[in-house]
Design a protein around this ligand. Structure first.
Ligand SMILES: NC(=O)c1ccc[n+]([C@@H]2O[C@H](COP(=O)([O-])OP(=O)(O)OC[C@H]3O[C@@H](n4cnc5c(N)ncnc54)[C@H](OP(=O)(O)O)[C@@H]3O)[C@@H](O)[C@H]2O)c1
Length: 375
């Protein structure tokens, strides 16, 4: 199911709170940062907040800059991004500002919540996602509405779920120089199962007295479902393929092996170093201790389907992956008949219980360093 790019946006106090317990919204960002948030809002197709944030803050959730709204219209977009909220109960105040400002609105809810939301006569499209709120269905529905980029502005329950479900592409976190100090105040992230390892820091920016940090999750998906991190690692494999010494008799391929917690274990590319026939997956796996316990839950990313047969060495890469104990492979491009007819490395892996995920949107990148072999 295609999903929009999901950008989580939040500001926190130095002690990690989203708000205090007072009746008014706690302003954590600086004026220049509020303007940055306005710019991000203007760049997305939809903005989502939870029902808790509507109740606590009664926000308008608008693009405030007239120039940015005009630029959206000039680009053929609606003046305001779609406003989206999530409510299990459907118990939403029809007088809240959310419904009476900006453009179109959608409420995602449950079967029970839909009855209640309809009874409130909300000025919005009410969509039931079944007995429970299914985030995958929600994101697929937004995609069907033409939403390519979704900004999520909290609160904590929403951010927690999207991160724990591996559905967030990016976290934009602003750290504000103040303390809340009240344990009952809402926190950005609640307890539960997060990815084990470290996220990738992609940017830091000082904005007046606050600091913006942008992070990307790094943990591979599990089974056939691809996470945003899977896309990152496969893009990296495709970039590695461009480092290969040129050849007229073999493909240029890149590979990365990543542990379940998002730690990169090794990377490699075809003909790397002094070995003129080494394959990318082979080069990467050779750098990892064969007894490394992380291999059993690791993912191999390869720009080209792992080979099932090869002339240069007895063991093809699909066999090397199986022998290493890896049980998940993500690849961009099925092997053409250029050198081996009907090679089916993916089929071999699947036959031995490996989850193989093909992301064809990266096929052109994987092919790029091999164009001279394909024409
Ligand atoms: N500093 C910041 O950047 C920032 C940004 C946003 C919000 N905030 C603060 O965060 C606080 C609100 O956060 P919050 O965590 O209490 O609320 P929230 O995340 O905004 O919304 C939670 C609500 O969303 C609905 N919901 C979420 N997941 C659901 C699921 N899986 N199934 C069914 N319903 C689901 C439920 O609505 P129902 O109750 O209707 O079932 C739930 O009560 C406020 O104090 C606000 O000021 C701060």
């Amino acid at each position: 199911m295609p999903h929009p790019y999901v950008l989580l946006s939040a500001a926190v106090s130095l002690d990690g709170y989203l708000d205090d317990t007072g009746p008014d919204r706690l302003l954590l960002s600086s004026p220049a940062d509020f303007d940055r948030v306005d710019e991000v809002r203007a760049s997305v197709d939809a903005i989502l907040i939870g029902a808790g944030t509507i109740r606590a803050d009664n926000p308008r959730l608008l693009v405030n800059s007239a120039e940015r709204r005009a630029a959206r219209v000039a680009a053929g977009k609606p003046e305001y991004p779609l406003k989206v909220t999530v409510s299990g109960s459907g118990d939403l105040d029809p007088q809240a500002r959310f419904w009476h400002t900006g453009g179109d609105k959608v409420v995602y809810t449950t079967d029970k919540g839909a009855e209640r939301a309809e009874a409130h006569g909300l000025a919005a499209d009410v969509v039931s996602l079944g007995a429970d709120l299914d985030w995958h269905r929600l994101l697929a529905d937004l995609t069907a509405r033409g939403v390519d980029r979704l900004m999520v502005e909290g609160g904590g329950r929403i951010h927690t779920q999207l991160l724990q479900l591996g559905l967030a592409d990016e976290l934009q976190l602003v750290l504000a120089p103040l303390f809340v100090g009240t344990p009952e105040a809402p926190r950005l992230f609640g307890p539960g199962g997060y990815q084990g390892g470290r996220l990738r820091l992609v940017e830091t920016r000082r904005i007046e007295d606050v600091v913006l940090m942008r992070y990307e999750p790094t943990a591979p998906g599990t089974g056939p479902r691809a996470t945003p991190a899977d896309h990152h690692w496969l893009r990296l494999a495709c970039e590695l393929a461009t480092l290969c010494p040129p050849s007229r008799t073999a493909f240029s391929v890149g590979a990365v092996v990543v542990a379940a917690d998002g730690t990169e274990l090794a990377r490699g590319y075809s003909r790397e170093g002094d070995d003129p026939v080494v394959h990318a997956e082979e080069a990467a796996l050779a750098k990892i201790d064969a007894h490394d316990p992380r291999l059993a839950s690791a993912t191999v990313y390869s720009s080209l389907e792992p080979c099932a047969r090869r002339a240069s060495r007895p063991a093809p890469c699909a066999r090397l992956i199986l022998d290493a104990g890896v049980r998940r492979v993500v690849t961009a491009w099925r092997e053409p008949d250029t050198f081996v007819t009907a090679a089916d490395g993916n089929g071999l892996l699947v036959a031995h219980g490996v989850d193989v995920v093909v992301l064809p949107e990266y096929e052109e990148r994987a092919k790029a360093p091999n164009e001279h072999l394909l024409s």
